[in-house]
Design a protein around this ligand. Structure first.
Ligand code: GRG
Length: 312
């Protein structure tokens, strides 16, 4: 971590059964991640100021910070500490934000509105937006390389974990299949292939990196992988549902884009009701995956429930 006042390492306090305060957990997590991101990234006045302003514009535009929250909750589920999980939490958010900036470019989804604000290229121009995404991708690896090694996982193992999830076999592969699938009638297995890569891979990686930061056992890592995979798939099904059921104002991004771009989605293939059932089934699989982690997984449990019920 970059220089911060040293303080005792913090773990979430156990709450009485059934009363887990997710709102506070998410708020505290987001505050810690925002403060750490501010320290990790060059200040907006550092030359060339335009690029640092553009990186920060999208990074601090008001995202839900779901992936960093998964990192922190997964670390705590394995007895780890927030401070040790923060580099991974910041790194996954940098990857996520880069992917949104690039996805919004005219060459890809061509969106004007993201996180409730004009998209990066609308404010800074296409060239700077490409570079801001590139710089955030690079920063992600700079940041994860500063993560502490844990009992079972070297820094190199954590770096490779992030590279695998964001590389040409996962995140990029999902985006390629998404672009190539536009205007085509896809089957459910083809759609599942896209969702596994463009969405689930980074959520699964977030859960795994959280566990790794805590020096989790192989059995805990397997549970977190299973959880992250299913919660990631459910997340994208819900995202598809929200695209056709919510307004742009509520989502902070242009609603109805999937229909406009002739993108295959669960609602377009199986209908809204069945899509909701699929999201519930995937979330049930995510809950089941948490069993081996016991009571300490209550934040993960609450996040999965929150993601299923979210309306933005
Ligand atoms: C590598 C260019 C590139 C793209 C990879 C991630 C991605 C594929 C494209 C971005 C757009 C998209 C539909 C992604 C799927 C995952 C998803 C629903 C992202 C939105 O995540 P939220 O809701 O966003 O967590 P906030 O803004 O809250 O962080």
């Amino acid at each position: 971590m970059p220089s911060r006042k040293s303080s005792p390492k913090s773990q979430a306090r156990p709450a009485p059964a059934g009363s887990f305060d997710l709102e506070t957990f998410l708020r505290n997590g987001a505050e810690a991640v925002n403060a750490a991101l501010d320290l990790f990234l060059p200040k907006p006045t550092v030359r060339p100021a335009t690029i640092h302003k553009a990186m920060r514009y999208s990074l601090f535009a008001g995202g839900k910070r779901i992936r960093p929250s998964l990192v922190i909750a997964s670390a705590e589920a394995c007895g780890g500490f927030v401070e040790d999980a923060l580099p991974a939490a910041c790194a996954v958010e940098c990857i996520h934000t880069y992917s949104l900036i690039h996805d919004d470019l005219p060459a890809m989804d061509d969106d004007d509105f993201r996180r409730g604000k004009p998209t990066n290229h609308k404010v800074f121009g296409e060239g700077i937006a490409v570079l801001a995404g590139d710089a955030l991708l690079t920063s992600a690896f700079d940041i994860i390389a500063q993560a502490p090694a844990s009992a079972r996982y070297s820094v190199a193992m954590q770096v490779r974990e992030l590279a695998e999830a964001s590389g040409s076999l996962q995140l990029i592969a999902g985006q390629v299949a998404d672009l190539e699938g536009e205007g085509k009638k896809l089957t459910v297995p083809q759609l599942r292939y896209i969702h596994e890569r463009k969405t689930s891979a980074l959520l699964r990686c977030s859960a795994r990196l959280g566990g790794m930061s805590a020096g989790c056992t192989a059995a805990q890592l397997a549970a977190l992988s299973d959880f992250g995979y299913h919660v990631g798939l459910a997340f994208q099904v819900i995202d598809d549902i929200l695209d056709v059921t919510q307004t742009s104002e509520k989502l902070g991004k242009t609603a109805g884009k999937d229909v406009e771009a002739e993108k295959a989605t669960y609602p377009s293939i199986v209908g809204l009701e069945k899509s909701r059932r699929i999201a519930q089934q995937l979330t049930a699989r995510a809950f089941a995956a948490l069993k081996p982690l016991g009571k300490r997984a209550e934040a993960l449990n609450a996040i999965a429930e929150f993601l299923l019920k979210r309306d933005r």
